[in-house]
Ligand binder design. Structure first.
Ligand SMILES: [Mg+2]
Length: 234
C-alpha cells in the first residue's frame, strides 16, 4: 500500500455536530432582527417559514445553491422586501442578520477526541479541510492544525464535483493516492474523493446503515480510529 502523506476533512457533522450550532445561530439572528424591526415584519417569522422561503429562493436561483452565505442573505432580503422594507433597508437587515448568524455559527463543539486526534495527526500529515458549508475553520482554535479550509462558496461547484478536491491536492502537493479524505456524506465526501483517486474514509458516527454499498476504503465511527487505521495503512 502506498503511504498516506496528507488528509482532508469534511467539517460539518464530521468534526462537530452542526445542527446545534446552526439552530443556536438562527435563534440569535431572529432575536437580533426582532429588536431592529417593526413587530409586524417579524410576526410570522420562524424557522419553518424562513426555511420554506429559502427553498423557494434556491429553486428560483439554482446558481447560488452552493453558496450558503448568499442564500441566507437573499432570503432575508426577500423576507423584508415582501413586508414593505425598501431594497436598501432590506439589504442592511440581511447583512446585519447574517453577521449575527455567522458569528454564532462558528461556535461549534468538536466531537469527543477530535481535537486530540487532529493534534496527533498534524505532526505526521499535512491536513486540509473541504466544506460545502460556511464554517470558518481557520478562525477557530482547531484551525491551527490545518493548512487551509476550502469553502464551496468560493468555487464554481460544491462537493462531490472534483474542483475542490483537486485544489486541495494541489495545495497539499500530494498525488491523489497519497491523500485520504474523511467525511460523513457518502455522496459528497466518499464518492467525490474517490472520483479523483483519493483514499476515502466514511465517518459513520451514528452507525447508519447505508442504502447501497459504500465504496469507501474505510469506515469509522469515531475520529480517534484514524490513528490506528493510518498505522495499518503504513
Ligand atoms: Mg458533513
Amino acid at each position: 500500500m502506498k503511504p498516506i502523506r496528507a488528509l482532508t476533512f469534511d467539517l460539518d457533522n464530521t468534526l462537530w455536530e452542526t445542527n446545534i450550532s446552526i439552530l443556536r445561530a438562527e435563534d440569535a439572528m431572529v432575536r437580533h432582527l426582532r429588536d431592529l424591526t417593526p413587530a409586524r415584519w417579524m410576526a410570522d417569522f420562524n424557522l419553518d417559514t424562513f426555511h420554506a422561503m429559502r427553498k423557494e429562493i434556491v429553486r428560483e436561483q439554482p446558481q447560488i445553491a452552493h453558496n450558503l452565505t448568499v442564500i441566507r442573505k437573499e432570503t432575508l432580503k426577500c423576507w423584508f422586501e415582501n413586508r414593505g422594507a425598501t431594497r436598501a433597508v432590506a439589504e442592511d437587515l440581511a447583512n446585519e442578520g447574517f453577521q449575527i448568524f455567522y458569528k454564532e455559527r462558528q461556535n461549534v463543539t468538536p466531537y469527543p477526541g477530535t481535537v486530540a486526534t487532529l493534534g496527533q495527526l498534524y505532526k505526521n500529515f499535512k491536513l486540509g479541510a473541504i466544506t460545502n458549508g460556511n464554517a470558518d475553520l481557520m478562525a477557530m482554535q482547531i484551525g491551527r492544525y490545518f493548512q487551509f479550509s476550502l469553502q464551496s462558496q468560493n468555487f464554481p461547484k460544491p462537493k462531490p464535483a472534483p474542483v475542490m478536491f483537486e485544489e486541495a491536492l494541489k495545495r497539499l502537493k500530494v498525488h491523489p493516492h497519497e491523500c485520504m479524505h474523511v467525511g460523513d456524506d457518502i455522496e459528497h465526501d466518499v464518492m467525490g474523493a474517490r472520483q479523483v483517486g483519493m483514499k476515502t474514509v466514511w465517518f459513520n458516527m451514528n452507525n447508519r446503515s447505508p442504502e447501497d454499498d459504500v465504496l469507501a476504503d474505510y469506515v469509522i465511527t469515531d475520529l480517534r480510529q484514524l490513528l490506528h487505521l493510518l498505522k495499518q495503512h503504513g
